[in-house]
Design a binder for this molecule. Structure first.
Ligand SMILES: [Zn+2]
Ligand SMILES: [Zn+2]
Length: 509
């Protein structure tokens, strides 16, 4: 099982879809059937740095255009904290990759060209250059390669770029003529690369690839993958791997679709950013559940709803009965897991509740404090297990980071006491409304659903002396000291009922 990534820039989470999650799920299934399978990933580090606008934009201290044409590994780290471009941009992806799919064998194309088997292939293809050219030109009707073309891009020792025109290959040496600087010379084939149409099948061959997911852009009939398949079969004489094309992942910002995530456009967000706000399994669930031909759009603003969906799937997994699509949700949940599932369903603290708890709790002994609050409010109705505790702690930290970085309207700070400047903003009808609400919720079980129901029945039933907006304004005012706040029911549910009732009564006086 193999997949490839070019480290051309932002290594976004879209690349966790086919190359990582899908591959991992298939590898694990095959291993469970006792087939010897490994998951590998090829990083295209020998590729040319094109100097696209987004890439140039990464250089703020110097002009990056002078690096255009270099291999990706030969471009410096614009931030100066790593050895080169590849190391820097790989960090945000490779640094946490094990948490999304453990045990992937990672190789770079730079390493591959040091492999004697790859070098032998390069020599073999160069020795049959005319045969290769004839076939490749079937796919290049408009711009055929001229006679004498050798499918190898040499490294230019003078201007340090890749892509010099190869004139001959002998042993380990490529002779070239560089079209960028005019230099005529020789360089090691380790420093160059095959033309991409030959490189792709060569990688299949060297790494014995049987199955390979790839982005849908390669999948068009007569497109790049078809050409590579034909080259594998008719020139290199082996069977091309089974390919699995998959749809891209888009990025949106508060619901606004910004297009597909793009590495060299630096559009999207990284796996490191994801794990700051959510467990890897939550994203794996999204990838496992959605058909691979369906576009997925991710939005960090909506992490709370991704958790809702995930928690719902967990409920279904542990449920005795399921119907229709619920079976797929439960199965996808199971596939998304990276560690064995506990026999009993662990406690799932709603991410939204966690977001509020993390803000209203003291920093010291936060987890213990929150667990006590969850017990007091009845949200947690048993002594938590170690698994429960760890999960509560994680969600508190993740949701706190989420509010700060992506969903600041969920910021809350409770008003310690009812200040006169707040009371003075309440008219008689506002006080009436708060009193009515207090009387209604006094008798209900203090849960998000029951609180929400009470609110809906009051606002929809017309039994409040103020309109709905004014009612929420009053509520936020007496609890937070501001006219706006987060969604009220989940917020109220994590507060102490007695405290809320006392505040409402105080305000109503
Ligand atoms: Zn760096
Ligand atoms: Zn040159």
């Amino acid at each position: 099982m193999n997949a490839g990534l070019s480290v051309s820039g932002l290594q976004h989470v879209g690349r966790l879809r086919g190359e990582i999650t899908l591959s991992h799920l298939l590898t694990r299934s095959l291993q469970e059937e006792h087939r010897r399978t490994i998951q590998s990933l090829v990083l295209y580090t020998q590729d040319e740095w094109k100097g696209k606008e987004g890439q140039i934009g990464q250089f703020t201290k110097e002009d990056g255009t002078k690096y255009v044409g270099r291999r990706l590994i030969d471009v410096p780290d614009p931030m100066g904290c790593h050895g080169n471009w590849v190391d820097h941009y790989w960090q945000e992806f490779g640094g946490v990759l094990d948490r999304f799919a453990p045990g992937i064998r990672i190789v770079t194309t730079t390493e591959t060209y040091r492999n004697p088997e790859m070098q032998a292939l390069v020599r073999d293809l160069a020795s049959r250059a005319e045969e290769v050219r004839t076939l490749v030109n079937h796919y290049r009707a408009r711009h055929p390669y001229p006679p004498g073309w050798i499918p190898f891009e040499a490294f230019c020792e003078q201007c340090k770029t890749i892509g010099a025109k190869t004139t001959a290959i002998e042993g380990m040496t490529a002779s070239y003529r560089c079209e960028r600087c005019g230099h005529v010379g020789t360089s090691s084939i380790e420093k160059g690369k095959l033309n991409w149409r030959l490189e792709w099948p060569a990688l299949w061959k060297v790494y014995r690839v049987d199955i390979e997911p790839f982005g849908k852009d390669h999948a068009t009939p007569g497109g790049s993958r078809d050409s590579c398949k034909e080259i594998a079969e008719s020139i290199m004489h082996f069977r091309a791997p089974m390919g699995i094309p998959y749809e891209w992942v888009g990025i949106s910002d508060r619901g606004k679709d910004l297009g597909d995530m793009g590495s060299s456009d630096f559009l999207g967000f990284s796996p490191v950013q994801w794990v700051e706000v959510a467990d890897p399994e939550v994203l794996r669930y999204i990838y496992a559940y959605n058909p691979i031909f369906r576009r997925i759009v991710l939005d960090l603003y909506r992490v709370d709803s991704y958790y809702d969906v995930y928690d719902r799937a967990e409920d279904l997994f542990y449920a005795d009965e399921r119907e229709g699509d619920e079976e797929e949700q439960a199965r996808s949940f199971e596939l998304a897991q990276l560690s064995p599932l506990p026999k009993e369903k662990p406690f799932a603290l709603s991410y939204r509740h966690a977001a509020f708890l993390s803000q209203i709790s003291p920093e010291k002994d936060r987890v213990a404090w929150c667990i006590k609050r969850l017990r007091d409010t009845g949200i947690l109705d048993r002594t938590p297990t170690e698994i429960d505790r760890a999960r509560i702690a994680r969600r508190l930290a993740q949701s706190q980071s989420w509010v700060e970085n992506y969903a600041t309207e969920n910021r809350v700070k409770l008003l310690d006491e009812l200040a006169p400047e707040v009371s003075s903003q309440l008219e008689a009808r506002d006080r009436d409304a708060l009193r009515t609400f207090a009387a209604r919720v006094a008798s209900v079980r203090w849960t998000e659903e029951a609180i929400k129901e009470s609110m809906v029945s009051l606002t929809k039933g017309g039994s409040l002396p103020v309109d709905t907006n004014r009612f929420f304004r009053d509520l936020y005012l007496v609890l937070l000291g501001s006219e706006r706040g987060p969604r009220a029911a989940p917020f109220l549910a994590v507060l102490e009922k007695e405290w809320v009732l006392r505040r409402l009564k105080d305000a109503a006086q």
